[in-house]
Design a protein around this ligand. Sequence first.
Ligand code: OGA
Ligand code: NI
Length: 308
Amino acid sequence: MEGLPVIDLGGFDGAGFARISGEIARACRGMGFFYIVNHGVPAPLMREAFTRSAEFFALPLAEKAALSMDRVGGNRGYAALGREALDPVRGPDRKEAFNIGLDLAPDDPQLLAGVPFRTLNAWPKDTAFRATMLAYFDACCALSNRLHRAFAQDLGLPLDHFHDKLDRPMATLRILHYPATSTEEIGAGEHTDWGNITLLATDDVGGLEVRTRAGEWLAAPPMPGAFIVNIGDCLMRWTNDIYVSTPHRVINRSGRERYSIAFFFDPNPEAVVEAIPSCVAPGAAALYPRIAASDYLQMKLEAAKATM
Ligand code: OGA
Ligand code: NI
């Protein structure tokens, strides 16, 4: 079976823009999942993020629990093993995670006004962790915005069409740790991602699987230095299903522990997610009702909380 496409972004900001945008668009309209290489995020920064992540998860549980998402709020902080069930039918996921959002100043007007998901980040004591993660967050924001220029090109929109919907995004940098499991316990249950796109970096352990439209599970093997990009629900809704938010899951069959880093690029909280007019055929109706991006994310977060 054919694997996921690999797209080389070398030349994307110059002479290669139209060609590479075309490759990206084909992938978004097809599998909704693809690898990117030559993406501009420095390899040393990616390696450092994995080092800092492993150090974080090695902290005593009490230190991590002090930063729990339930205390921090705003989709930030630590989620312990078993807290989430991305596929409620399969039960709690065998993973722990730590979320970092847009880093706000304490006097940010939206924070003071109580805008949803405008919360301060919580940090472990290690200042190197904070510096690395913020640099990684910024690099992923920049890359995500670049990719949206390809989407706009493909959809016949001004290249900066998405800019004002994504300039203060509900982006989440999520470091993940999947313990070694002896059985085929589910690491992350079958789910779609919720925002516009996700940039996923993994270690060399493997275990990510993508569901094809034929219903088969296709392995997405590790590729050193690459990001795996996938479309999320918001972009699917904006494009009226022209782009596909494809279900995926993680099963760590390796017998080793596994680390990954997901960057979820969700829109600004106040952005209204509704079909882009040019994505709706003349005379046809939009497939989804309009919804504020913050309401959509809130709904998905509630649904993913493990109930046991
Ligand atoms: C996710 C996800 C994949 C991975 O967190 O949404 O799909 O490899 N993660 O950790
Ligand atoms: Ni996912």
